[in-house]
Design a protein around this ligand. Structure first.
Ligand code: ADP
Ligand code: MG
Length: 292
């Protein structure tokens, strides 16, 4: 590879909002055969909105949401932000919180009004022996629509469910189609549940979905693909994507995402548009062709 062709290639890529951290990445990108994309904030806009609120009988919606909002208030998760914003928009004043704990990949645990509140996944409820049998069907319906549904309990008793919806980026479907046409395997990876992930994957044209991956598990999934001989690009935006971005043959961070992701990656895609993935690979292929 001549330094001149690398420089020219990097310069051209930069004009398209594709920032290669070093010339060597412009070279390695050409042999990527598998692209793994994170769901939230990568395939989707990552701006979820509170859409559904369901309570057990005898519970007032405003009381229910005052507890949920309080429990979520100190969480830095994008889901928490969506929940708190949605509750505030409904004009509800949040209760006081005396203790808070984030449970990565599962949800939150807080003490509100001297009562223990849990908000999160089905697994979180099961681990705490909360009986959720009555809500499961309704939960699956919401997940089948691509929504993320979260369950809540107060003092060990199931009290209700909330759901948020995130929409896929306008460009995602077309961008994924281009990658497939280039004979690149596309997979989506997420901590979200299988039903929601499958529904979002379907909207984006991705049929290979790795769901319910705990925050520390994404890098392990990338390594698994690599050990089967794949040359893997990981594309993500979140703090929990950073280890996977570092482990991948090429890590691509979404420019609108977290600094941690950008630091771990080899390429930053300034435009949130997933078309930049195919563009980066094409530019790398062209650069390598000029070299040969
Ligand atoms: P993602 O990869 O989509 O960012 P995470 O691994 O962060 O997902 O979270 C996995 C799941 O854990 C979420 O889909 C949600 O059900 C639950 N969860 C995480 N954080 C929270 C929270 N603050 N409140 C409620 N549920 C949460
Ligand atoms: Mg994300």
């Amino acid at each position: 590879a001549t330094p001149t062709s690398i420089m020219a290639g990097s310069g051209r890529a930069a004009e398209f909002g594709i920032l290669f951290k070093g010339g060597e990445h412009l070279e390695t990108t050409h042999h990527i055969d598998t692209v793994v994309v994170d769901k939230t904030g990568t395939v989707t806009y990552g701006k979820p909105k509170l859409t559904d609120v369901l309570m057990e009988e005898g519970m007032k919606e405003s009381d229910f949401l005052a507890y949920i909002g309080a429990a979520e208030r100190q969480s830095e998760h994008p889901l928490a932000e969506a929940i708190v914003d949605g509750i505030k928009e409904r004009g509800i004043t949040l209760l006081e919180v005396t203790s808070f704990e984030a449970i990565p990949g599962y949800g939150v645990k807080a003490v509100v009004n001297e009562q223990e509140v849990l908000v999160g996944t089905k697994k979180l409820m099961n681990q705490n022996n909360i009986n959720i049998a009555a809500i499961l069907k309704r939960m699956e319906e919401l997940e089948g629509q691509g929504k993320t549904a979260m369950l809540a309990s107060i003092n060990g008793k199931f009290v209700g469910m909330i759901a948020v919806a995130d929409t896929i980026k306008e460009s995602s479907l077309q961008a994924i189609k281009r990658l497939k046409e280039m004979n690149i395997d596309v997979m989506m990876i997420t901590g979200d549940n299988q039903l929601t992930a499958t529904a979002i994957g379907k909207q984006a044209g991705i049929d290979q979905v790795i769901a319910e991956v705990l925050p520390e598990g994404k890098a392990a999934e990338i390594k698994k693909l690599q050990s089967s001989g794949k040359k893997v690009a990981m594309v993500g935006d979140g703090i929990n994507d950073a280890p996977a971005l570092a482990v991948a043959d090429i890590g691509m961070a979404i420019g609108t995402g977290t600094d941690v992701a950008m630091e771990a990656a080899d390429i930053t895609l300034i435009r949130g548009d997933l078309n930049s993935i195919a563009d980066a690979i094409i530019m790398s292929r062209k650069t390598m062709r000029n070299i040969k």
